[in-house]
Ligand binder design. Structure first.
Ligand SMILES: Cc1cc2nc3c(=O)[nH]c(=O)nc-3n(C[C@H](O)[C@H](O)[C@H](O)COP(=O)(O)OP(=O)(O)OC[C@H]3O[C@@H](n4cnc5c(N)ncnc54)[C@H](O)[C@@H]3O)c2cc1C
Length: 510
């Protein structure tokens, strides 16, 4: 079989790309996924239901350095559906200025006016029908109605309103700032939407689509400057499969990892570890951006934690002091958060399940890096998030924790709080102490982007052009969160799916 398109990785972007590209019956599309391909009968509960994030199974098991040598769990979905199938189901778009910034950096066709049609195309918004929303796309978006909110969530909304923030009906309206129910990628109150169900399922019925799960791609095969195939492992053997076009949709960790192992990356660094250089692209693995997260946490009064509900239901989106970027902060009220996978916080807090107000900065200035420790493809990449390395992020996060602390201690939330964890009034007034807290609690929101970023001709850090073609190699493309030049002011799943939708249209025309 000769494939016209080989798509590596069937996650948020890869599944969308597969579905849209295969609408053209003249294409023969092979999509390859390292993780399992669950059926309705075999899908585990922790994937099927979206009450909380899934960390345990179907995960790559990565670790990353958060700050100052502190290593944290760094989950990435390893299954058909990718990280869309393990996430918190938050269905938010970025702000218009996020995408306009991409375009202003020279990435023609990626401004807000260009991407909005794809945000509309991908969704079926169940609450709004207007010029901002789509009503017949594969991704269902619903907001928790008042009746589904826990009393804790209602208390949070009241606390924010009492503090002076507006009530928001639609957080995906760029004009909105304030507090309200989270737009959620769910089929109903508890079931998670995944791109496996919404995009791959309809595509796989087509005769021109082949799906290989449990298949690990090792590297891209490049002959005379052209990507001609991929080397992969499946059923205990290694083989090379050829295609006219290769698209990496393996996400912000695996995409630079595969590029580097294929000889595409910073030349000196590759030579040092013994990998032959095919294309000298210093930007591969660089520009790693993620939303840093911490919060003001609490032990709740008995009876407050209700694990039949989703762990997050409402959000405050607001702007930090002096910022020109609206909605650059997010605050979530947590119904409950299981510390089973967070032993450090468990040890510090002396609690096993906590609540509280979580803070996530949306436009961090710090940049991290992904690199290889050696040429051994079995060795994990080195992931350095480098959080809080830019002093501006420290200022933003200090303000964030102080607001979270204020909200947590306000009258509407008082009835739910048994005792606060770690954070206290003394710390809020003592900057040095607060900084120690920030450095020891800062974690990832699991939204890494940017390690194979888009950029125009002449941009030394650009890995792909605005068609998402890898610079210096023919026939090789990237379609996933790694191409984002900067992180949007929102959780990254919808933007990743939007990339899948948009790149499909671009590739159809090439
Ligand atoms: C725990 C968690 C919670 C999250 N919660 C939210 C949320 O609530 N809302 C939100 O907007 N965003 C959330 N995110 C982020 C969001 O899910 C990601 O930004 C988005 O899914 C990225 O899409 P992608 O296509 O780039 O990568 P992925 O969706 O991760 O897809 C990459 C795919 O490639 C496969 N792959 C990788 N390497 C190989 C290889 N060598 N061979 C074959 N296959 C390979 C992977 O197994 C995976 O299926 C969350 C992420 C995580 C991990």
């Amino acid at each position: 079989m000769r494939y016209t398109d080989i798509i590596v990785g069937c996650g948020s972007a890869g599944a969308a790309l597969t579905m849209r590209l295969s609408e053209d019956p003249a294409r023969q599309v092979l999509v390859i996924e390292a993780g399992p391909d669950f059926t309705d009968e075999t899908v585990p509960d922790n994937i099927y239901y979206g009450r909380e994030m899934s960390f345990a199974d179907s995960d790559w098991g990565y670790r990353a350095e958060a700050t100052d040598g502190r290593r944290i769990r760094f989950p990435r979905g390893k299954l058909i559906g990718g990280s869309s199938a393990v996430g918190a189901t938050i269905g938010l778009r970025g702000m218009p200025h996020d995408y306009d910034e991409w375009e202003a950096a020279g990435n023609k066709g990626w401004g807000w006016a260009d991407v909005l049609p794809y945000f509309r195309k991908l969704e079926t918004d169940r609450d709004f029908t207007n010029e901002l929303h789509g009503n017949d796309g594969p991704v269902p978006i619903r907001r928790f109605p008042e009746a589904e909110l826990s009393s804790l969530q209602r208390g949070f909304v009241e606390a924010c309103v009492a503090h002076g923030f507006d009530r928001v009906a639609d957080h995906n309206d760029p004009a909105a700032s304030g507090v309200g129910s989270i737009p959620s990628t769910r089929l109903d109150a508890t079931r998670r939407f995944t791109t496996a169900a919404g995009y791959l399922e309809p595509a796989r019925r087509r005769p021109n689509v082949t799906v290989w799960a449990d298949t690990l791609v090792r590297r891209v095969v490049i002959e005379s400057g052209r990507a001609s195939g991929i080397e992969l492992q499946r059923a205990g053997g290694t083989e090379v499969v050829h295609g006219d076009r290769i698209v990496l949709a393996t996400g912000t960790v695996s995409t630079p990892f595969l590029l580097l192992h294929s000889g595409i990356g910073p030349a000196e660094e590759l030579r040092r570890i013994g990998i032959d250089v095919i294309a000298d692209l210093p930007g591969v693995g660089d520009n790693l951006v993620d939303h840093p997260r911490t919060g003001a946490f609490m032990v709740s009064r008995p009876g407050v934690l209700d694990r039949s509900l989703p762990f997050l239901q409402s959000i405050l989106r607001t702007t930090s002091s002096g910022s020109q970027e609206r909605n650059d902060m997010q605050y979530y009220m947590i119904n409950y958060f299981d510390l089973k996978y967070f032993p450090e916080l468990q040890m510090l807090s002396g609690a096993s399940v906590i609540g509280g107000v979580m803070v996530c900065a949306q436009r961090p200035k710090s940049r991290g890096r992904l690199s290889l420790a050696s040429a051994d493809p079995d060795e994990r990449p080195v992931i350095d998030l480098n959080f809080l390395s830019d002093p501006r992020d420290l200022v933003t996060m200090r303000e964030g924790v102080r607001l979270a602390w204020e909200l947590l201690n306000s009258a509407p939330l008082g009835p739910y709080l048994e005792r606060p964890l770690i954070v206290n009034d003394t710390m809020m007034a003592d900057e040095e102490m607060l900084d120690v807290y920030l450095h020891s609690s800062i974690d990832s929101t699991y939204h890494p982007v940017g390690t194979a970023r888009m950029g125009p001709d002449g941009d030394p850090g650009a890995v792909v052009d605005s068609d998402c073609a890898v610079r210096g190699v023919e026939g090789l493309y990237v379609c996933d969160a790694s191409i984002m030049p900067n992180i949007p002011s929102a959780n990254t799943n919808l933007t990743s799916i939007m990339i899948g939708e948009k790149v499909a249209d671009q590739l159809k025309g090439l």
